[in-house]
Design a protein around this ligand. Structure first.
Ligand code: GAP
Length: 509
């Protein structure tokens, strides 16, 4: 049996709902599978993540692997594009997942996410379960052992295999994860993940269009526009943050696999002979970035892809790696936060061929007087998965606190940077606290809270992950000091009220 995860996803989801980080979309109508809404705290958290990405990718001057400043510009392209874009990119033909339906339970599964447990005996039943789902696996083991009148699994007799390896006879003997009878799972069928819509008043196949499944193609389609409207020259990057949509067969694990989500993508255009250096540099840069915003535990890992895992656009033989996080629902395994891929010249060449405008997708090197397709290194991250990783990492149990738990966000990511409290609601303390709040909120998200005991106010801020609480007390009246309480250590320090603003600037970045 795999190790039990140390944090409970159920508790994290419950806190997210109770404190307004994440709600189910359209909850009052029973929700809609694969769609989520961010509440007041969640909106700030996700915005901090996206702002940090934009700040550190587009606004900060990075120094690249050859010692020169890295040029990156921004883009905000449309969600619906000419459908020919998606033919050229390979998404119409190849953006498919294998899908399996259960005729008995009516449930639908990703065929490549199903495993089967069976016995090495002709004609015996096989039991399917979803990979990494420890509960389902335990259920399959229990039924199999009961059926065989055995106590424990026997490595020589029992096996676990991927569902996709079963032949027709084995499928007929396989019991689905939510079924009682064998043979109710259909043969895997390919299912295109793009959401289709109709542009204009007339519903006609000629007017069909797609919601973008990645933001990247908006960047490739604007490659020539950006070069002609700016002074960027290879090597340079175009960055974009925006929504993407995928009609996932089985959205699950909270926001991890959603049907609507946000991506933070960078397409970095380089000379083909410099691909290895830029790839390694971006991979390491991106891994260090996730650490810099608080994913410092060994729950974060960098994994180079095996050759047979490469996406259709990835260049064979070149690097592709995933930055992964060990979520409570993937533990002891990891789930992808960001992919760093060497896409070669695939996309620009495809758009050149499909649009017939070769010159618009090729780069003209004025110094060398030659035209070529630049290669692309693509760090592509998920803002929702990133936010989920921040939530899971921050969730910290502490029975000694009234809240029983606190959210240990990096101060740069914390939705609320400081709570400002009058110790009591008299002697002019509320007025001083409100004045300080008005001053600090000009630059930082801060919350003024005059209600309940100070202990209860600390507890609320602990659950929100607020790194500092600033209390106006009797010494503020006599000595102009405030009491600053630190979330992680619960230690308190006195500070002159005039020093608070500059001190907070320095703490939260
Ligand atoms: N342009 C390349 C690309 O789209 P991807 O690995 O399919 O690559 C990039 O997606 C990132 O987008 C992933 O690492 C993940 O963080 C996020 N992502 C992809 N599918 C998602 C989904 N269904 N729900 C939430 N995030 C998703």
């Amino acid at each position: 049996m795999p190790d039990a995860p140390t944090k409970s996803m159920e508790e994290i989801v419950s806190l997210c709902r109770r404190r307004g980080f994440i709600f189910q979309s359209s909850e009052i109508y029973g929700g809609i599978n694969g769609f989520w809404d961010y509440g007041p705290l969640g909106t700030e958290l996700k915005r901090n993540l996206k702002n940090a990405w934009w700040q550190d990718i587009v606004r900060n001057e990075l120094i690249g692997p050859f010692g020169d400043p890295v040029q990156i510009v921004g883009l905000d392209s449309s969600i619906i594009m000419n459908p020919k874009v998606w033919v050229a990119s390979g998404h119409v033909g190849g953006f498919n997942d294998p899908m399996v339906d259960c005729r008995e339970s009516k449930a639908r599964y990703r065929a490549d996410h199903l495993m089967v447990l069976g016995a090495a005996e002709d004609g015996a039943r096989l039991y399917a379960f979803i990979d990494n789902d420890t509960e389902q696996r335990a259920k399959a083991e229990k039924i199999l052992l009961k059926y065989e009148r055995r106590e424990v699994l026997d490595a020589a007799r029992h096996f676990v295999r991927a569902f996709t390896t079963l032949n027709a006879d084995e499928r007929a003997r396989c019991v689905g994860p939510d079924a009682k009878e064998p043979g109710t799972l259909t043969e895997p069928r390919q299912f295109n993940l793009m959401f289709k819509t109709n542009v204009g008043a007339i519903e006609d196949p000629a007017n069909a269009a797609y919601l973008r499944p990645e933001t990247a193609q908006g960047i490739f389609a604007n490659f020539d526009n950006v070069i002609n409207s700016t002074r960027v020259r290879v090597p340079f990057g175009i960055a974009q943050i925006g929504k993407a949509f995928r009609n996932e067969v089985t959205p699950r694990n909270f926001t991890f696999r959603s049907r609507e989500f946000e991506q933070m993508e960078l397409e970095f255009f380089i000379r083909p002979d410099q691909a290895a250096q830029w790839y390694a540099w971006w991979r390491d840069q991106r891994f260090a970035w996730w650490q810099s915003i608080g994913l410092t535990s060994d729950n974060l890992q960098l994994r180079e892809h095996d050759r047979d895992e490469l996406a259709h656009y990835a260049k064979v033989g070149a690097g592709t790696s995933d930055i992964e996080y060990k979520f409570p629902f993937t533990s002891p395994g990891f789930g992808e936060l960001e992919g760093v891929a060497h896409r070669g010249e695939f996309d620009l060449r495809q758009h050149a061929e499909h649009s017939g405008k070769n010159d618009k997708a090729k780069y003209f090197d004025q110094e060398k007087n030659e035209r070529y397709f630049p290669h692309v290194i693509e760090p592509s991250a998920g803002a929702d998965r990133g936010t989920l990783a921040l939530l899971c990492e921050a969730y910290t149990k502490d029975e000694s606190r009234p809240s029983g738990v606190f959210m240990k966000f990096h101060p740069r990511m914390a939705p609320v940077k400081a709570g400002i409290f009058p110790l009591v609601n008299k002697d002019g303390m509320p007025e001083i606290a409100e004045r300080l709040h008005r001053e600090l909120r000009k630059r930082h998200m801060c919350e003024y809270d005059p209600k309940q005991t100070i202990g209860k106010r600390y507890a609320r801020m602990d659950e929100a992950g607020t790194p500092f609480c600033i209390t106006i007390d009797s010494e503020t009246l006599s000595a102009h000091t405030v009491t600053v309480r630190h979330r992680d250590t619960q230690l308190q320090e006195k500070m002159h009220i005039e020093a608070v603003s500059a001190w907070l600037d320095a703490q939260v970045g």
